[in-house]
Ligand binder design. Structure first.
Ligand SMILES: NC(=O)c1ccc[n+]([C@@H]2O[C@H](COP(=O)([O-])OP(=O)(O)OC[C@H]3O[C@@H](n4cnc5c(N)ncnc54)[C@H](O)[C@@H]3O)[C@@H](O)[C@H]2O)c1
Ligand SMILES: O=P(O)(O)OC[C@@H](O)[C@@H](O)[C@H](O)[C@H](O)CO
Length: 495
C-alpha cells in the first residue's frame, strides 16, 4: 500500500487511493426516499450497494437511505456510521484472492429508534419516504413457526399496544407512521421485506396488518387494502465483519473503517414489481424485476439456505469452523449435493432462465470460496427460525409425495445433537437461539427420550407423528450419538 491510512469520512474521501472505488455523485444532493430497518451486514452488501450503483449513474438521487436500528444492540452501527458520515467500505472477495473495495454512499442518514422513536416515526411519515424496507432476520416478523399467526403476546408488541406507549418494535414504529400518513392524506409507503423467508412480502403483510388490526380494526383494514408488500428473493453471502477485515481494509486499501462489510462477488435480487408509490430503476443495475418471485425464492431457500443448514450442524460436530472448509471436504460436499439433487430439487418447480444443476454446482463453489471466511457458527444461529422455514418444508413435501427424506432428516437430527450444547470432543457449543431455554434441555433429554426434541410442537407441529420421519430420525440421531457426524455421513453416502 502506497497511501497513508485515512479514517473514513466525507472529508477524507478525496485522499483515498485509487484502489478504492467511491461515490462519484454529490451526496449532499441525495434526498431520503427509503427508510431501511435493520442495517446489518447484509443490507450494506446488497440493497445499499444497488442504490449506490444507481446513484453513480446519476439516477435514484431521491432514493437515499435513512437507516434505522430498532434494537438497542444497533448502537454500534449508529456510532460507526455517525463517525463516517454514513460511509462504509464494502470488500468483495473473489476465490482467487482478488479483492475489490468500494466506499458506499447511499446511506445518508441513520437513526436509532431507542434513542428517539418519534424521530423514526416522523421520518417514515414524511411525504418523501416511499419505501420502508427491512432486514430484521427471519424471526423479526413475530409469526408463529407452525400456524403462521402473528404472536400478539410478544412482550414488545404488548408494550407497543399500550395507549400512549412509545413504540419499540418494528410493528409499533411502522404502523404508527402509516397511521399518521393516513391522517395526513398521504399515500402509504411500500413495505419491502428483504429477509430470507418464503413469501417475505406475504409474511410482512400478515405481520403488519395483524398488528394494525390489534391497534384499531379499521386501521388494519386500511393497511390490508392500501399498503403494498412486494415479495423478493435476495442473495449474497455476507459474513459477520471481523477485526481481521478491519485490518485488511486499513492495510490493503488505506481506509480506517470502524465497520466495513465483506462479501462474496455473487449477488442476486429478484423483485416483484408491486410498489404503490414508485421505486428506483433497480433493473438498470442488475435486479431482476419479475411478476412471480416464488420459483426463485423456493430455489434459493431450499438449495442455498437449507444447504447452509445441511453443512452447518454436521460440519460443526465434525470439527469444521469455516463454511469453506466444510464445503471443500469431499464427504460434506457430496452430502450437500446429494441433499440438493435427491431431496430439495424434486420439490421445486422449473425456475425461469435457471439451470438447476448449474445452480447447485455454483452453490458448492460459492460456499467453498476460502476468502469469504463465513463461519459455521453463523449458519447454526437462530435455528428455530430457520429450520421450520427452509428444511421442514422439503421433508413435508417429500413425505407427501413419496420422495427421499434421509438427508434433510439428518440435518434435523444434527441440529438436535448440536443443541445439546457439547460437541463430539466434549467441548461446549454456544447455542444461539431465542428458544434456547426450551431447546437445550429437550436436546439434553434425548439420550433417554430420543424423540423429545422433535415432539416440540411449537417448532415441528405434528411431524414426530409421521412414522417414516420418526423412524428415520431415530436411526440418524442414534448414529450421530454412537458414531459421530462423519461416520453418519459416510453411511449416508453409500446409500
Ligand atoms: N448475511 C447474509 O448472507 C444474508 C443474505 C441474504 C439475506 N440475509 C437476510 O438479512 C438478515 C440479516 O442478516 P445480516 O447479515 O444483516 O445480520 P446482522 O446480524 O448483521 O443484522 C441483523 C439486523 O437485524 C436487526 N434485528 C434482529 N432482530 C430484530 C427484530 N426482532 N426487530 C428489529 N430488528 C431486528 C438487528 O438489530 C440488526 O440490525 C438475515 O436474517 C436474512 O434474512 C442475510
Ligand atoms: O442470514 P440468515 O439468517 O437468513 O441465514 C444464514 C445464511 O444461510 C444466509 O445468511 C445466507 O448466507 C444468505 O441467504 C445468502 O444469500
Amino acid at each position: 500500500m502506497n497511501f497513508p491510512v485515512a479514517a473514513l469520512s466525507a472529508a477524507s474521501l478525496s485522499s483515498l487511493g485509487p484502489e478504492v472505488a467511491m461515490p462519484t455523485y454529490d451526496r449532499s444532493a441525495v434526498a431520503v426516499g427509503i427508510v431501511h430497518l435493520g442495517v446489518g451486514a447484509f443490507h450494506r452488501a446488497h440493497q445499499a450497494l444497488y442504490l449506490d450503483k444507481l446513484m453513480n449513474r446519476g439516477q435514484a438521487l431521491d432514493w437515499g437511505i435513512c437507516g434505522v436500528g430498532v434494537l438497542p444492540g444497533d448502537a454500534g452501527v449508529r456510532d460507526a456510521l455517525a463517525a463516517q458520515d454514513g460511509l462504509y467500505t464494502l470488500v468483495e472477495k473473489h476465490p482467487d484472492g482478488r479483492q475489490e473495495a468500494r466506499v458506499v454512499g447511499s446511506i445518508v442518514e441513520y437513526l436509532l429508534a431507542p434513542d428517539d422513536p418519534e424521530a423514526v416515526i416522523e421520518k417514515m411519515a414524511g411525504e418523501a419516504v416511499r419505501i420502508v424496507s427491512l432486514t430484521v432476520t427471519e424471526g423479526g416478523y413475530n409469526l408463529d413457526a407452525v400456524t403462521g399467526e402473528f404472536q400478539a403476546d410478544d412482550p414488545g408488541v404488548v408494550h407497543d399496544l399500550e395507549p400512549g406507549a412509545a413504540p419499540r418494535t418494528t410493528f409499533g414504529l411502522v404502523v404508527e407512521a402509516l397511521a399518521r400518513r393516513r391522517e395526513r392524506g398521504l399515500a402509504p409507503f411500500t413495505v419491502l421485506s428483504c429477509d430470507n423467508i418464503q413469501g417475505n412480502g406475504h409474511a410482512a403483510r400478515r405481520s403488519f396488518t395483524a398488528y394494525a388490526r390489534l391497534r384499531d380494526p379499521e386501521l388494519g383494514e386500511w393497511v390490508e387494502a392500501n399498503v403494498r408488500f412486494p415479495n423478493c428473493m435476495v442473495d449474497r453471502i455476507t459474513p459477520v465483519t471481523t477485526d481481521e477485515d478491519r485490518a485488511l481494509v486499513a492495510e490493503r486499501f488505506g481506509v480506517r473503517d470502524r465497520w466495513p462489510v465483506v462479501c462474496e462477488p455473487f449477488t442476486q435480487w429478484v423483485l416483484e414489481d408491486d410498489f404503490g408509490t414508485g421505486r428506483p430503476e433497480f433493473q438498470d443495475v442488475g435486479v431482476q424485476v419479475v411478476a412471480d418471485v416464488e420459483p426463485y425464492e423456493l430455489m434459493k431457500l431450499r438449495l442455498l439456505n437449507a444447504g447452509h443448514q445441511a453443512l452447518g450442524y454436521l460440519g460443526y460436530l465434525a470439527g469444521h469452523r469455516l463454511v469453506s472448509q466444510a464445503s471443500q471436504d469431499p464427504l460434506f460436499a457430496g452430502f450437500l449435493l446429494d441433499y440438493m439433487v435427491r431431496e430439495a430439487t424434486p420439490t421445486l418447480s422449473p425456475v425461469p432462465g435457471i439451470d438447476l444443476h448449474a445452480y447447485q454446482r455454483q452453490l458448492v463453489e460459492r460456499f467453498s470460496n476460502p476468502q469469504v471466511r463465513d463461519t459455521v457458527a453463523r449458519l447454526c444461529a437462530d435455528s428455530s427460525d430457520r429450520i421450520p422455514k427452509w428444511v421442514l418444508p422439503v421433508i413435508r413435501h417429500n413425505l407427501e409425495h413419496g420422495g427421499e427424506i434421509e438427508r434433510a432428516t439428518a440435518v434435523v437430527a444434527a441440529w438436535a445433537r448440536y443443541a445439546e450444547g457439547v460437541d463430539e470432543q466434549g467441548e461446549p457449543i454456544e447455542v444461539v437461539d431465542r428458544l434456547k431455554a426450551t431447546l437445550v434441555p429437550l436436546a439434553r433429554s434425548q439420550r433417554e427420550d430420543p424423540l423429545a426434541f422433535i415432539r416440540n410442537r411449537d417448532v415441528f407441529a405434528d411431524l414426530a407423528d409421521d412414522e417414516r420421519f420418526a423412524s428415520t430420525y431415530l436411526r440418524l440421531l442414534a448414529s450421530l450419538h454412537r458414531d459421530g457426524a462423519r461416520a453418519t455421513l459416510e453411511a449416508l453416502a453409500s446409500r
